[in-house]
Design a protein around this ligand. Structure first.
Ligand code: 6PG
Length: 247
């Protein structure tokens, strides 16, 4: 199922998305004992992560939440462009999540492909003996339509078996690790968090039924039987109609 939730601004969007994600995390723990929560990078989630910590520091059983990343720039974890660093500063340092539950994508092997294989091995080991699926997977959307580090017209869009691959993308920094559609589409709950007028066309392309993934990689995010919730501010939702499921 797909649903759109639209809010006036980043602050009200952040509060609502934080509350919605907290409910989904608690539901996963109640149903399956733990929650595998995939985090996104970029700028948009920063305030929502802060609100998730402020509003749900006690209500979420952080000891039962295992944190992973959907993509990472191939820079040290203390680098200003690190997705791990952004989540650490805005969320991890503000809640009592055990360090053993936090699984950043490794960026120290000389070859990113080695790091990608290592992270995939970690994920496959984590899910061994039970259905592989993120309970909650948070994704952003870029103005050019990329999601995680699945960029338009990239070979990774055709990946059908690997869960984590190293990519070279037309962005700074170019070397990245990303999860792929095979893993994304196993998720129970996918949440897009998108704000700002620069994203409106990308949102429209992603939600159009005939979304061609080469132009709109987010259109390839179609978990089944999982659900997708689009958390949008008014500017990002300007070209879609929530009452009609987005198109
Ligand atoms: C990254 C993200 C990427 C991000 C979009 C949106 O590493 O950059 O994982 O997929 O979600 O680029 O980024 P903003 O939130 O900064 O617009």
């Amino acid at each position: 199922m797909r649903r759109l939730q639209v809010f006036d601004d980043l602050e009200s969007l952040g509060r609502a998305a934080a509350d919605g994600l907290a409910a989904q995390i608690r539901e996963a723990v109640a149903a399956r004992g733990r929650c595998a929560f995939g985090l996104t990078g970029g700028r948009t989630p920063r305030r929502m992560y802060e609100l998730l910590a402020e509003r749900h520091r006690e209500a979420i059983p952080w000891g039962r939440v295992d944190l992973f990343w959907g993509d990472e720039r191939y820079v040290p974890h203390d680098h200003p462009q690190s997705n791990y660093r952004m989540a650490k500063v805005s969320l991890l340092d503000r809640v009592s999540v055990p360090s053993a539950n936090v699984h950043p994508m490794p960026t120290d092997p000389p070859e990113p492909s080695t790091a990608a294989r290592g992270y995939e091995d970690l994920l496959r080991g984590y899910f061994r003996g039970r259905p592989a699926a993120f309970d909650v997977l948070l994704l952003g959307l870029a103005a050019n339509g990329h999601v995680a580090s699945l960029f338009p017209h990239q070979p990774v869009l055709r990946e059908r078996t690997r869960w984590v691959v190293a990519v070279d993308v037309p962005a700074d920094p170019p070397r990245r690790l990303t999860i792929t559609y095979p893993l994304i589409n196993l998720a129970h709950q996918v949440a897009f968090l998108v704000a700002g007028s620069t994203k409106a066309e990308a949102v429209q392309r992603a939600l159009r039924a005939d979304g061609e993934v080469d132009e709109a990689p987010a259109a390839g995010v179609a978990p089944d039987p999982g659900d997708v919730t689009w958390w949008l501010d008014r500017q990002a939702a300007a070209l879609v109609s929530p009452e009609k499921g987005g198109v």
